[in-house]
Design a protein around this ligand. Structure first.
Ligand SMILES: [Zn+2]
Ligand SMILES: [Zn+2]
Length: 303
């Protein structure tokens, strides 16, 4: 399998290592490429202050650092510049002007913030000690309400568009593995998965029809092994059930580790590939956004 990870965090946000250390680790593991996807700044647009986003005042330094690494590693490792951009209803999205104006190779769209029925913003993948009180206060411990709010928010991200990769599709299951607030076998949950996959297929065909400029912006789904690596989920995001739905609708996949440390790179890729094969996939996409070339390349899973 061609090894690549374009979902990578560093000390610019909540990662444990710097850009150079991550590049060296990727090279040592035989990776073809690495792409950096710091959590895009949100404070100026949303007023939300966190420790896990890239501070706005360090954005230029982040870009310079990744581009310098690209020059340093040229001929040995492809280095791409991206951002993981939150979709937050009415406040932030990957299609925002300030993001589009940056010299990025790609963006990853993500839903971490889920609005409660009363409009409070709840971080769905927060550590358990934050998740538990928030879930009680904002959702009255109603798992169905949280799951519905999550997929509604994800649907809005897909419709809003403007990103190249859709991050960790069923992230809502991260805390469910321990807290059990919904059943993935529930017919209503299955219906939400199918509806989301329909939206993705629709967004891809719309982007194709609207011409060359947006052709390159057809969203690709990542199979994200971050939950497995950190011992939070037994399987990747998304689940095998959702991979089967994605296969039916011909949505292509790429594999990422959501790496926050050097040893995360490539972690559980075999598990991800095995589930992709079970769902009927024989190929994956590898990001290759070099100037003048197609941004994605198809590679057999078994190579
Ligand atoms: Zn994320
Ligand atoms: Zn991430």
């Amino acid at each position: 399998m061609i090894l690549s990870c374009i979902h990578t965090h560093t000390t610019f946000c909540d990662g444990a290592a710097d850009v150079e250390t991550m590049c060296a680790a990727a090279f040592a593991k035989g990776f073809e490429s690495i792409g950096f996807s710091s959590h895009a700044p949100i404070a100026a647009k949303t007023g939300i202050k966190t420790s896990w986003h890239l501070p706005g005042e360090r954005l230029a330094e982040y870009i310079d650092t990744v581009l310098a690494a690209r020059r340093r590693w040229a001929g040995r490792l492809k280095v791409f510049l991206g951002l993981e951009v939150d979709y937050i209803r009415g406040l932030r999205g990957p299609g925002d002007r300030d993001i589009l104006d940056l010299p990025l190779d790609y963006t990853i769209g993500a839903v971490h913030y889920v609005p409660s029925p009363r409009g409070e913003l709840f971080v769905v993948d927060a550590p358990e000690e934050e998740f538990v009180p928030g879930f009680r206060e904002y959702f009255d411990n109603d798992g169905e309400a949280l799951v519905r709010a999550y997929w509604d928010a994800y649907g809005e991200l897909i419709r809003a568009g403007g990103c190249d990769v859709l991050a960790h599709l069923d992230l809502v299951k991260k805390n469910n593995a321990r807290l059990g607030f919904f059943s993935p076998e529930d017919p209503e949950y299955r219906r939400q998965l199918a509806e989301t996959v329909d939206l993705i297929a629709e967004a891809r065909s719309l982007a194709t029809r609207s011409g060359a400029e947006t052709e390159s912006r057809r969203p690709v789904v990542e199979v994200n092994t971050g939950g497995i690596i950190r011992g939070r989920t037994p399987d990747a995001y998304p689940s095998l059930a959702m991979l089967r739905l994605l296969r039916e609708r011909n949505v292509p996949l790429t594999i990422n580790a959501d790496a926050h440390a050097p040893d995360h790179l490539g972690g559980a890729y075999g598990t991800a590939a095995a589930d992709m094969r079970k769902a009927g996939y024989t190929a994956m996409l590898v990001f290759d956004g070099q100037a003048g070339k197609a941004r994605w390349r198809e590679e057999p899973l078994d190579r």
